[in-house]
Write a protein that binds this ligand. Structure first.
Ligand SMILES: Nc1ncnc2c1ncn2[C@@H]1O[C@H](COP(=O)(O)OP(=O)(O)OP(=O)(O)O)[C@@H](O)[C@H]1O
Ligand SMILES: [Mg+2]
Length: 210
């Protein structure tokens, strides 16, 4: 059983979305997946899972709300992968979740406004030795400018952190898919399906440790 988490200091950077993209990718590979939703105010993944069920979308992605790690620990047996989604605010739980995880993904936009707090959080988490080698930044909701992506990549590289070797591009179609209970390579748009496969493969490789 593997646990991977999506954490961050910023709201709206794609944590819940990428948690769903990874969960879908793993479930499509027949892994038994659970999303642990720790954002009790929004319950983005729980709501999305229910929407998916209402629309009869297969495979079913189980998502459950959790308040504490203790509860999660009691639940995880029997799953191949537990994907943890957290609030858009780094708190005590962020550190506990990070320690419990095999991989800790920090989604960030390419702007300095996003990168600065994300790198600060990464540095803070990296002070814990058992966490430092699990941190992976993910460029999320990227625009069409390759130059901005490259600038962000070199800033992350200079800070000494690992980065996912695929980005999650911002597209209206991805938003429409999420609103219909789909994610990533389930897109109704064939071009977006291909786009999503890149990041799914990169995620799966790290998440499943293969
Ligand atoms: N690639 C994309 N293209 C377009 N819209 C996207 C994309 N990814 C995510 N979104 C949209 O961006 C918004 C924020 O995404 P998401 O909810 O995943 O962020 P979050 O980091 O979980 O936010 P919060 O901190 O509030 O939990 C959502 O409305 C989502 O539908
Ligand atoms: Mg969220």
């Amino acid at each position: 059983m593997r646990i991977v988490s999506f954490i961050g200091q910023k709201g709206g950077v794609g944590k819940s979305t990428l948690a769903r993209v990874l969960a879908v990718a793993a479930a499509r590979q027949k892994h038994k997946v659970l999303i642990g939703d720790f954002d009790l105010e929004q319950l983005t993944c729980v709501e999305w899972s229910a929407l998916r069920m209402r629309h009869g979308i297969e495979p079913e992605i189980e998502a459950r709300a959790f308040k504490s790690l203790k509860k999660l620990r009691k639940t995880v047996s029997g799953y191949d992968l537990v994907v943890v989604d957290t609030r858009g605010l780094a708190d005590e739980l962020t550190e506990d979740v990070s320690q419990e995880s095999d991989v800790v993904f920090l989604p960030t936009g390419t702007s300095l406004d996003d990168l600065r707090p994300t790198l600060a959080l990464a540095r803070r988490l990296a002070k814990t030795r058992s966490v430092s080698n699990k941190i992976v930044l993910v460029l999320s909701k990227t625009g069409r400018s390759q130059r901005l992506i490259e600038q962000a990549e070199s800033m992350i590289f200079d800070a000494g952190f690992d980065m996912l070797n695929a980005v999650w591009p911002e597209r209206d179609g991805f938003q429409l898919d999420l609103d219909a209970g789909r994610a990533g390579s389930e897109s109704s748009n064939p071009h977006l399906r291909l786009t999503a496969l890149d990041i799914e493969q990169a995620f799966l490789k790290l998440a499943m440790g293969t």
